[in-house]
Design a protein around this ligand. Sequence first.
Ligand SMILES: [Zn+2]
Length: 137
Amino acid sequence: MQTGSEIAKVEKQGLVEEVLTKEEQANLTPDRVIALLTEGNHRFVSGEMTLRNHNEQIRRAVAGQYPKAVVLSCLDPRIPVEDVFDRGIGDMFVARVAGNTVNVDILGSMEFACKVAGAKLVVVMGHELCGAVMGGH
Ligand SMILES: [Zn+2]
């Protein structure tokens, strides 16, 4: 009979454990990142999301952050940004504010994401039936 930890170990085999490296990030282009996020969104929509070992990804991401994109999204809890693009630990920065509008603090964060941390793409993502835009409905 397997113990709980043995079962957990078996279930984690074959899960994605990698995180983006500095070299991989450097080789990305904005067009490639758009393609990757689009492919991830198709997996999200079709219910075929990547299974990840988040504990291992966290360990591997400790050394540095090399995200491929920065996303400005609404605060809406129905829009789980990483899930929408089928992304995991270290894949992208996410700034969230109701109505996905930019202010000086968020703009500074997005500039950091691109200029300092090397993100290749800025995504401003709105959504349908936004309560912030509709005034709380
Ligand atoms: Zn919204």
